[in-house]
Design a binder for this molecule. Structure first.
Ligand code: ZN
Length: 337
């Protein structure tokens, strides 16, 4: 897939480093959100603080030395609710408990789902204007939006998912038009019902990506990969971004059984643990990945978004990741950019 990146004008070193998307929000932004919600802070002032926090994370990513940057999602609460709030056809429920102790306002599909205008394009643009490094555009995928919403309108999960795919296709087109060359579609729920992958999840991703000239990454975490691999390779994306470290790299055995035909962003640090891994551990994980992947296929990143870690833990983990990637590049004679 390096030819595709080249065609898009993106030059990356081998074993490019990136992150999945979210970073921890600074205290001042959490306080501002509370004030904004209770009407004590105006929208303009709140937006200024979100921009400030985004700027801080762009500087941090540049200092750390990541190759592909993200906006850090300072403006988002829940990844599904955020998009639901900005699409027609949804209303939002009261607080619902999902896995673990996560509470969120569950979206309800109450009418025809439609794209009413750009959702994250301005945040992508704001971030890209701050850096010369490529910034990923990131959207929550149609299958996850469908699976995490109550559906009161469409006759089936398939109909709801495909309608969401059409709406998100408009967002992806708008991102590409603005200049985003790397677009990530987040689908943490994609293995929720493995039989639906061939039934309509692949079709939904085809709708999202069709005719858009960009390098597509599909982020999947906490998936039951044993039920969707190798079928998931049918999804029309260039790169799968997978959680590996939290599961002790079990997936490697699956990849041994059936060769991986796409690029893989390999999660080398566990985002659920407070402990910052040491360089040797992360280096070892990268070497394990290279047992089943060619260096040209491999990207290096954390398992998932880092929003639940402290700023120090997030930066600590990323610095170790960069260090380990450099060591492996050097030992393979791949050079350091
Ligand atoms: Zn994730």
């Amino acid at each position: 897939m390096r030819e595709k990146l080249k065609h898009l004008g993106i030059e990356l070193p081998l074993l490019p480093t990136t992150t999945v998307g979210s970073f921890p929000k600074p205290q001042y932004l959490l306080e501002a959100r509370r004030k904004f919600d209770s009407g004590q802070l105006g929208a303009d002032e709140f937006r200024r603080l979100e921009e400030n926090a985004t700027r801080e994370w762009v500087s941090a990513q540049e200092e750390i030395g990541l190759d592909v940057l993200v906006d850090g999602e300072m403006y988002r609460g829940d990844m599904a609710t955020y998009f639901a709030n900005n699409l027609d056809g949804f209303r939002i429920s009261g607080l619902v408990r999902s896995y673990g102790n996560r509470y969120y306002r569950k979206p309800i599909i109450a009418g025809e789902v439609r794209w009413r205008g750009p959702i994250i394009v301005d945040w992508w643009q704001f971030t890209q204007d701050l850096t010369k490094k490529p910034v990923k555009g990131m959207v929550t995928g149609p299958y996850t939006m469908m699976d995490w919403s109550f559906n009161e309108y469409y006759p089936s999960r398939r109909d709801a998912c495909l309608a969401l795919a059409e709406a998100l296709h408009e967002e992806v087109k708008a991102l590409a038009k603005a200049g985003a060359k790397i677009i990530q579609v987040d689908e943490p729920a994609i293995s929720a019902r493995p039989e639906e992958l061939p039934e309509f999840a692949v079709e939904a991703m085809e709708i999202v990506t069709k005719g858009v000239d960009a390098y597509f990454i599909n982020h999947i975490c906490y998936g039951a990969f044993e039920f969707i691999y190798p079928g998931m390779l049918e999804l029309p994306v260039d790169n799968f971004d997978l959680e590996m470290s939290n599961s002790e790299l079990d997936l490697i055995e699956l990849l041994r059984g059936h060769p991986f035909t796409k690029d893989l962003s390999f999660g080398v640090v566990d985002v659920h643990s407070h402990i910052v891994e040491d360089t040797a551990t992360v280096e070892q994980r990268i070497r394990r990945a290279l047992e089943v992947l060619k260096p040209e296929q491999l990207w290096i990143d954390p398992d998932c978004g880092l929003k639940t870690r402290t700023r120090e833990e997030a930066i600590g983990k990323l610095c170790v990741m960069i260090d380990a990637a450099k060591k492996v590049r050097k030992s393979l004679g791949l050079g350091i950019p």
